[in-house]
Design a protein around this ligand. Structure first.
Ligand SMILES: Cc1ncc(COP(=O)(O)O)c(C=O)c1O
Length: 360
């Protein structure tokens, strides 16, 4: 299709073209009903079937075992930084956190702001977050352990998740949910802002073990309460209806495309294409340790900041956008989420090779 850029934005990020086309076709009159999904009641039969289907698809695509519930919340992953300790960290308890970057840090700060007891049991801040800590010991009496599965800004990702025994593992999966198969039974809660791998911004997707959902204290704000929002099947108040609808279409797209194992293979292939260039010479330098590399956000530097500026400008001219590293770290970041095609990544790697030839 003409007039579409190659979108390497970190979030909100690329959506599958097929999904956008379906949304366009149904925008004015959803399935001939004479109104759009944006305009219908969240209590209507039609929306009820949309939200139920979204849940069913999530269950199927992410292989969620029984004993877990899905909740659509609002406030982004950022509200979850507060919701998690509000719901599950009592006054006489402490929770373990691992600090692997800016978002993990914000989760820690938010909990501390609420006066909660936090133990940061490992951190990679000593090396500007260029690795995932390998050794740490979890407090056996911790209310939970919180990790960030993929560090969007620094380009690191947990290759496998820590064994936590009886301590529930809580995970901010905002930037890599469903990038490959994962085993939900290892987790107590996962949460993700939808705007990278699942849909548009405005929806926060939470999967929670049922026993944990029951623990929410009665005196926390309603909109943060897993028990209330989950208990009302995400319909306590007006949910982000249009976002949930698109999220449903994205899940269907994942399913129709072969599910998470197929996506995982493609994502690995996409990432390898870029990492192979970083490893092949000295012009491009990856910023993170090899065993901690993300398959979602590939971060690297060029020999100078001037060359980085030229790289970004030339890439933009050739229809590739969103390659500028996060403002706090600089450099280049290619966000290659699920909806970024192998073709888009090949266009980028061809460009990288060409750019090195002319400027290396
Ligand atoms: C890993 C991670 N966690 C949390 C956030 C914050 O998410 P939100 O903007 O949905 O609050 C982001 C945003 O980029 C992120 O990448």
């Amino acid at each position: 299709m003409k007039n579409r850029v190659y979108n390497f934005n970190a979030g909100p990020a690329a959506l599958p073209l097929a999904v956008l086309e379906e949304v366009r076709d149904d925008l004015i009159s959803y399935k001939g009903e004479g109104l759009s999904v944006m305009e219908m009641s969240h209590r209507s039969k039609t929306f009820d079937s949309i939200i139920k289907e979204a849940e069913e698809l999530a269950k199927e695509v992410y292989a969620i075992p029984s004993g877990y519930r899905m909740i659509f919340m609002q406030g982004g992953a950022t509200l979850q930084f507060a919701a998690l300790p509000l719901n599950l960290l009592g006054e006489n308890q402490s929770a373990d956190y691992i600090n692997t970057g800016s978002w993990a840090k914000k989760a820690i700060q938010e909990a501390e702001k609420l006066g909660k007891n936090i133990d940061v049991i490992a951190s990679s801040e000593d090396q500007n977050f260029n690795y995932i800590p390998a050794s740490f010991s979890i407090n056996s009496d911790a209310a939970y352990l919180h990790i960030t599965s993929n560090n969007t800004i620094f380009g690191t990702q947990w290759a496998s998740y820590p064994e936590t025994g009886s301590v529930p593992l809580m995970c901010d999966m905002s930037s890599d949910i469903g990038c490959r198969p994962f085993d939900m039974s290892n987790f107590g809660i996962i949460y993700a802002g939808a705007q990278k791998n699942m849909g548009p911004s405005g929806v926060t997707f939470v999967i929670i073990r049922e026993d944990l959902m029951e623990k929410s204290p009665a005196d926390i704000p309603t909109m943060t309460s897993y028990k209330i929002i989950g208990g009302k099947e995400s319909l306590y108040n007006t949910p982000p209806t249009f976002g949930i609808y698109i999220l449903k279409l994205v899940l269907k797209w994942v399913k129709d495309g072969g599910g998470l194992s197929k996506l995982g293979e493609t994502n690995q292939t996409k990432a390898n294409l870029i990492y192979n260039i970083l490893d092949a010479g000295d012009f491009y330098k990856g910023t993170v340790e090899k065993d901690s590399r993300s398959i979602m956000n590939v971060t690297f530097r060029l020999p100078s900041e001037d060359l980085e500026k030229t790289f970004i400008a030339k890439a933009t001219e050739e229809g590739m956008i969103g390659l500028k590293g996060h403002r706090s770290v600089g450099g280049i970041r290619a966000s290659i989420y699920n909806a970024v095609s192998l073709e888009a990544v090949k266009v980028l790697t061809d460009f990288m090779n060409e750019f090195e030839k002319t400027n290396g």
